[in-house]
Design a protein around this ligand. Structure first.
Ligand code: SF4
Length: 70
């Protein structure tokens, strides 16, 4: 899985970092998402999918093998 974040769309809700802190972080400068791991560990795939599905801004997109679950 590859994770992409659109910081231009991010609303700074903080939801994704509370879901998967190993993958998402929040900028101290503008409060928006920072990507910590563009290719996260396979064990986090379900949580990353959950965060992407719940992002209120639609700012997280996924690609690659396990992007859509099985
Ligand atoms: S869940 Fe979406 S809007 Fe909220 S901080 Fe993460 S990327 Fe930004």
């Amino acid at each position: 899985m590859e994770v992409h974040v659109d910081r231009g769309r991010c609303a700074g809700s903080g939801l994704c970092m509370s879901y998967v802190p190993a993958v998402f972080d929040q900028s101290e400068d503008d409060g928006k998402v920072l990507l910590k791991a563009a290719r996260p560990e396979p064990g986090t795939a379900a949580a990353v999918r959950g965060a992407a599905a719940r992002c209120p801004a639609g700012a997280i997109t996924l690609s690659g093998g396990d992007a859509h679950g099985r």
